[in-house]
Design a protein around this ligand. Structure first.
Ligand code: C2E
Ligand code: MG
Ligand code: MG
Ligand code: MG
Length: 276
């Protein structure tokens, strides 16, 4: 009896797994060429200096509008792109487009021009030609290197810290800035900061979300800010949804912030309008 049940169980799970795999393969197939078909676009979330709420830059976030299924979350399709290797072509396309948009802001804004922050996935970091891709995007767009910020997660630099360190040093030597994204969600946050050469950290929005209610989250956020500052790094808070969170972050000396209370992600032209 148990054997039969086990078998049925196995069949059930195996069918569910088949469907999940099928769906992934399907998505992967549809994601191929989506950029060329114009289904993918970038939106820009404004980033502000906390002290005076000056608009200082934007984070580029990728959007996929599927012709039948509508908007598909980046958490879903970025993963598919990463696993399938599609990110190797998509990544440079995103980087090129973000640099081109930011170069236009550079031309219309007075000094200092806003920066653009671009997310990189672990595979892009390991691909080997990242410095060349970055140099190419900067050269073609005319964007000044220090106006390009690269965001990478702790997990992307985990494992081989030595080679990640060399790569990041090389990128920073070219003038671009490097941020550790979703900081605090990884396992080795603090020890990492000493070994990985970055310009700053982005406090994950899961911490920011509860700083008004949870004393532990406030303590952690305050500690991250103090620690980053003592290492000469800048701190960005993400996911600021309430005025109270912003006030608290300002009180604790957080440098930059983004979030729905400050501004939602916008198409490039609408973001440019914010620049006045
Ligand atoms: P992330 O880099 O941590 O991006 C921040 C995410 O938080 C974005 O979600 C943004 O829309 C969302 N967000 C911003 N402010 C708020 C807020 O006040 N409240 C809440 N609840 N959410 C807020 P999104 O656009 O869905 O992106 C999710 C993740 O997908 C990103 O996390 C990033 O890891 C990845 N991603 C997005 N675009 C790209 C890309 O071009 N390349 C790569 N490699 N990854 C990307
Ligand atoms: Mg990011
Ligand atoms: Mg983030
Ligand atoms: Mg995050």
């Amino acid at each position: 009896q148990a054997k039969v049940a086990g078998k049925n169980c196995f069949r059930f799970y195996s069918r569910a797994m088949d469907r999940a795999v099928e769906r992934r393969v399907h998505l992967e197939h549809e994601l191929r060429g989506a950029w060329e078909r114009g289904e993918l676009s970038l939106v820009y979330q404004p980033v502000f200096r906390v002290a005076d709420r000056a608009l200082v830059g934007a984070e580029a976030l990728l959007r996929w509008r599927h012709p039948q299924r509508g908007a598909i979350a980046p958490s879903v399709f970025i993963d598919v792109a990463e696993q399938s290797g599609l990110i190797e072509t998509l990544g440079p396309q995103v980087l090129g487009a973000a640099c081109a948009d930011a170069a236009l802001w550079q031309a219309r804004a007075g000094a200092p021009a806003p920066f653009v922050a671009v997310n990189l996935s672990p595979r892009q970091l390991r691909s080997g030609d990242l410095p060349a891709v970055v140099a190419d995007c900067l050269q073609r767009s005319g964007l000044r290197p220090e106006r390009l910020h690269l965001e990478l997660t702790e997990t992307a630099v985990m494992g081989d810290e030595a080679s990640a360190g060399r790569l990041l040093s090389q990128l920073r030597a070219s003038g671009v800035k490097v941020w550790l994204d979703d900081f605090g969600t990884g396992f080795s946050g603090l020890s990492h900061l000493r070994r990985v050469p970055v310009d700053g950290v982005k406090i994950d929005r899961s911490f920011v979300a509860d700083i008004l209610r949870d004393p532990d989250d406030l303590a952690l956020t305050t500690a991250i800010i103090a620690m980053a500052h003592s290492l000469g790094m800048t701190v960005v808070a993400e996911g600021v949804e309430k005025e109270g969170q912003y006030a608290l972050l300002r009180e604790r000396g957080c440098n930059l912030a983004q979030g729905y209370w400050l501004g939602h992600p916008l198409p490039a032209q609408e973001f440019a309008r914010l620049l006045g």
